[in-house]
Design a protein around this ligand. Structure first.
Ligand code: AN7
Length: 373
């Protein structure tokens, strides 16, 4: 096997980048597809559930896929600085790729509503972190406005190169499974990722979609179909931040899953197109259900994800139980971010307390015997 060099290198012929440009990469992508083994057994279902574990990207979230392409293109266009609004993961990723490229990153984050790991990442690599007294949607508006007055490349997913990078996750899934799944479950915040996956699945099936903005120009998507099917796209939102369930923007989004605390998704039309064209649906979960699923995944499967990511598994479980996802199907859930991103939320809900012990055998023995059953 040749050395893996990142997703631009692997999928270059399906990405709208010019030849001979400097690629800004941290060797992102190529993430594992992990089958669930214990949860399906408990459910008594023969549905196969796979997790696309995007928490194993270089900065711990799926954002790196879009960022390698967006920052590569920004540098190719001569940008000296990038800017984004973020609930945390985009800022961590943008900051890292800017450091790699040797350019400046400005990140706007909502005050007090960003998981600690994400803040540490952006600060550590030297991004200029601007905490605004407002939420993500305020930040997004300000980014659009400030980019008109200063020479900054926006690297939020309104930058179409972001979705182009993120669509490669769908390619990897089809390449690994040898087929497209029947259902694909995703958390939905700003709605870029669900749009990107649908673009990727559609391109691999040789079908045009609204988000195929680049390939429409040269029709490459029509030439190279590698599968004849596409999954139904299932988008899950937190009840306190569920514009796709309410039918329009939500003014004051609130959820423990801060990554998806977004009331005015920028890829509204693309996400609806993905849902409608695929025959999928949107559904919502409250914070208690999100946290319970995060814990279930950790305790039953050993997989530690951040709260927002657990919602895709919550959705799969509910829709398997209620029969909307039929027996015998193949389901992929994207685990969008690593659990280490948000240690505070994890520690708060941990069932096993830390036991204080003297550095003596008797204390350690007692602690162990108390917990052996
Ligand atoms: C872990 O970082 O929007 O629907 O600013 O971090 O494509 O927005 C994060 C989004 C899901 C939602 N899971 O994806 C940001 C940001 C995690 C995330 C989403 C995000 P989109």
């Amino acid at each position: 096997m040749p050395l893996y060099k990142g997703l631009i290198d692997r999928y270059r012929d399906r990405l709208p980048l010019a030849d001979n440009i400097r690629i800004i990469s941290l060797t992102e992508g190529d993430t594992p597809l992990i089958p669930l083994v214990n949860i399906p057994r408990t459910l008594g279902t023969d549905v196969s559930i796979y997790l696309k574990f995007e928490g194993l990207n270089p900065t711990g979230s799926f954002k790196d896929r879009g960022m390698t392409v967006a920052v590569t293109q920004a540098v190719a266009e001569g940008s000296q600085a990038i800017v984004c609004a973020s609930t945390g993961n985009t800022s961590a990723s943008a900051a890292a790729y800017a450091a790699r490229a040797g350019i400046r990153a400005f990140v706007l984050i909502p005050e007090g509503k960003i998981a600690l790991g994400k803040l540490a990442q952006a600060m550590m690599v030297g991004a200029v972190v601007i905490q605004i007294k407002g939420n993500f949607d305020d930040g997004m508006r300000l980014v659009r406005e400030v980019a008109e007055t200063a020479p900054l490349a926006i690297v939020n997913s309104i930058n179409p190169y972001r979705l182009q990078g993120q669509k490669t996750a769908a390619f990897e899934i089809v390449d690994s499974l040898g087929r497209a799944p029947d259902y694909h479950c995703l958390p939905v915040g700003n709605a870029g990722n669900i749009s990107a996956y649908w673009t990727g699945y559609s391109e691999y099936a040789g079908v045009d979609t609204a988000a195929c903005v680049f390939h429409r120009q040269d029709c490459a998507y029509q030439r190279d179909a590698v599968t004849n099917r596409r999954p139904k796209m299932l988008g899950y939102q937190a009840s306190g931040a569920a514009p796709f369930l309410r039918g329009g923007p939500v003014a004051d989004p609130e959820t423990v899953a801060t990554a998806i605390r977004i009331g005015n998704p920028q890829s509204w039309d693309l996400a609806w197109a993905a849902s409608r064209e695929s025959g999928g649906w949107f559904a919502e979960f409250d914070d208690a259900e999100i946290l319970a699923t995060q814990k279930l995944l950790a305790e039953r499967e050993g997989i530690f994800c951040e709260p927002a990511s657990a919602i895709s598994v919550a959705g799969a479980i509910r829709d398997i139980k209620n029969g909307r996802i039929e027996p015998g199907c193949c389901v992929v859930c994207t685990i969008t971010g690593h659990g280490l991103k948000d240690p505070d939320t994890a520690i708060k809900q941990s069932a096993t307390p830390v036991i204080e012990a003297r550095a003596m055998l008797a204390d350690v023995q007692k602690a162990i015997l108390d917990h052996l059953d």
